[in-house]
Write a protein that binds this ligand. Structure first.
Ligand code: TRP
Length: 434
């Protein structure tokens, strides 16, 4: 059984895949607009502090627990204590729910790539975005297309599919990002964007901002649904988790910052507002693209960049339910992928339609899309992360000394894992529910 499990070709391919999972819409779509809403640099500093001191703990715990237990997550939890089986199930279920809304945004990206290549001359981008997201057929088709792409890579297995996707898409992502940054910085008054990002405004400090930074940090590091646990379980035994964790955190943060450096100078150069929320990438940027020479080309490059980032994250999300179906329910990888395609489609299509035809259908006062976003980001992911820390700290008795050489930091890690991180997650959950 153990020997039938897939494993990474090398330490490098594991790190690249984990970075591919972490770097996604969270970095390029969510990070800039949340940072914009919470006052730029102050948010950034809080976020950075949280990442290196707090979020580092559940991240290394997920990877280490996966590496030690070497099972898909349900059986892994069950092997620690049969009572934990249900908590294990919550991870693949969260994955299916996250993908159902993440992939809708993936579908929008495909639409904007197509749009970049066709000369449509859209006048009002906000209006266009509204009309497009309401159109049932186009959005459903694009969502399914995005889902299919992720499933396609996943079906080919860990080495031929996941590694291949990351090995090709991540370098492409990095090259496009650097080109777009050069372009953005070359625009007049681009320094205003950098000032906005890096000049702290301490009046913006608030508990709310702190929680937003914590939530963003968990989401961007893919913590709280077993994605990194599953990737960790494919590591062969002789790897140093600590170094890999640092590399993942540093790369993810670097890419989020670079995304900001790509986006804010352009926004300020055109005298636009940086805090337009989710529409920043789909409304404000497309407007800028129509105002600049070779805008179509830049637009295509930008959305292809977003597509590459979203696919590598999407693959990591669906690997959790796939691993469970293959190992626990003994389905072939292909059958597991087909089943998962149907499952996600069955949730994602109604969620897509909730922008238009199904807009009146409300779950707890929210549209299906908003509801999925809400229960995954505000409830299930912090809850999964909480259970993971508690199980690893108290039941599995994962200790800092096995991961960190420095005795002092190892001790701090233990306290963090058993008390500090769970307490913060409970606070996050409490305010997330309000
Ligand atoms: N981290 C990814 C992003 O920034 C999203 C993501 C991938 C994710 N896998 C995850 C989020 C698992 C939570 C859990 O876009």
């Amino acid at each position: 059984m153990e020997n039938n499990r897939p494993s990474w070709t090398s330490r490098f391919s594991f790190i690249l895949a984990a970075v591919g999972s972490a770097v996604g819409l969270g970095n390029i779509w969510r990070f800039p607009y949340i940072m914009g809403q919470y006052g730029g640099a102050v948010f950034l500093v809080t976020y950075l502090l949280l990442i290196v001191t707090i979020c580092f703990i559940p991240l290394i715990t997920e990877l280490a627990a996966g590496k030690f237990l070497k099972k898909e997550i349900i059986s892994a939890y069950e092997s620690i204590n049969p009572k934990f089986k249900l908590l294990g199930y919550m991870n693949p279920i969260t994955g299916i729910l996250i993908s159902s809304f993440y992939f809708i945004v993936g579908g929008w990206i495909i639409n904007y790539i197509v749009l970049s290549f066709s000369n449509t001359g859209i006048e009002n981008h906000a209006e266009y975005f509204g009309t497009f997201t309401q159109s049932p057929v186009a959005t459903s088709v694009y969502t399914l297309l995005f889902l299919f792409t992720c499933i396609f890579f996943a079906a080919r297995g860990v080495k031929k599919g996941i590694e291949f996707a990351n090995n090709t898409l991540m370098p492409m992502f990095a090259v496009i990002l650097i080109c777009l940054i050069c372009f953005s910085l070359s625009l007049p008054n681009s320094h205003l964007g950098l000032e906005y990002m890096f000049k702290p405004d301490f009046s913006k400090i608030s508990g709310h901002m702190f929680l937003a930074a914590l939530g963003q940090a968990l989401f961007t590091l893919s913590i709280g649904m077993g994605a990194l646990f599953t990737y960790g379980s494919y590591i062969k035994d002789d790897k140093s988790i600590l170094k890999s964790t640092y590399t993942i955190i540093l790369s993810d943060t670097m890419f989020a910052l670079l995304a900001g450096i790509m986006i804010f100078p352009a926004i300020f150069s055109f005298g636009l507002e940086p805090n337009s929320g989710a529409g920043l990438v789909f409304v404000t940027l497309p407007y800028i693209f129509t105002q600049i020479p070779h805008g179509n080309l830049i637009s295509a490059a930008f959305f292809i960049l977003l597509f590459a980032a979203a696919i590598t994250s999407g693959i990591s999300i669906i690997e959790v339910p796939i691993a469970s179906m293959v190992e626990r329910f003994k389905l072939s990888r292909t059958k597991a992928c087909v089943t998962l395609f149907c499952l996600i489609a069955a949730i994602a299509i109604p969620a897509t339609l909730s922008f238009g035809v199904l807009g009146d259908l409300k779950l707890f006062g929210k549209t299906i899309f908003d509801f999925l976003d809400f229960i995954t980001s505000n409830i299930l992911m912090p809850l999964n992360a909480l259970f993971l820390c508690l199980i690893a700290g108290w039941a599995l008795k994962l200790r800092g000394v096995t991961l960190i050489k420095n005795k002092f930091f190892a001790k701090l890690f233990d306290i963090g894992l058993k008390f500090v991180v769970p307490a913060l997650l409970i606070i996050l959950l409490y305010f997330g529910l309000k």
